[in-house]
Design a protein around this ligand. Sequence first.
Ligand SMILES: [Fe+2]
Ligand SMILES: [Fe+2]
Length: 329
Amino acid sequence: MTDHDIRRTRVHTPDLPEHDPDDPAESAVIAGLARSWPRRAAVKKPEVDLDALFEPHRSDFPEQMLPFAEHPRYLALDEPQQARLRAWAWIAYNKSVVDIEQYVVNPGFALITADVFGFGPSDTVVTGVLQAMVDEQYHTLMHQQANALTRRRRGWALPESVLPLCPTVRRQRTAVAQADDPRAAALVQLAYTTVAETSISAYLALLTGDAALQPVNRATVAVHRRDELCHASLAGGLLTAVLTELDDTDQVVLLDALGAAVAAFTGADTSTWAAILAHEQVPGGDELVADTIASTDGRPVVQDCSAIRRLCAALGLGDELDARWPWPS
Ligand SMILES: [Fe+2]
Ligand SMILES: [Fe+2]
């Protein structure tokens, strides 16, 4: 093999051994996901020419998803001002996804690959989790590129530095800091990762069903969502394995953290809109934010976390979780 051949060679994931039924952490689902990754993952597919998909007359974000879409202060804005706020909503949506991938999901997955919980994950489990971490890094790139494209094609600055850290990440950091010891902190991180991974596809689906939306944006979200449907199975398998192995004390810590994580992921995010409206100097922006907080306060608005409920119920822990978070009926 010449130097030229070596430079052209991509490293292939070697064939994985058959599923080991004696390894409690290695479900058949995780083994199947690890084997299929080279064929199904977005990072393994040819790149799409996003510029060619951009249609300037299309909206960057579904107007009905703006929390103040029917507020008189919003309706009083002219169309270019409303279009800027829709573009901001898309920028903020992407930043929220990126914050969660970078600061919640991948650090949580790394606890498994580093065997922080001491379960000795098999090569197949470590491979499956590392593949998901590669996916998350690629998703981060995809959403960053989507924002760069929006800024470039619209000709608007829309700087992400205006936006606060995603509220879910802030809540996760507070919970980790308040944990009693490093092991409890790791369990809290795992809980937030698991809730993120089992609910993000619902968050992404909010944008894939709007036929009038900017095609680039729909494509970005749809490609990401295909990976996340697999990650939900991976995270569910990992949670089942960990919950089964933990002693009673650790199990309580993890269940407490799952309840707190569900509350965090389903909470409203008005700090982001407050920052955007202030930056845009929208007339009556303070009133808009106050009314939005009043109208969304206490209502779960963002993500469908019912998968966590089903996973815990399958382990006979559904009532334990219900006691920690008031599920809407
Ligand atoms: Fe992702
Ligand atoms: Fe994921």
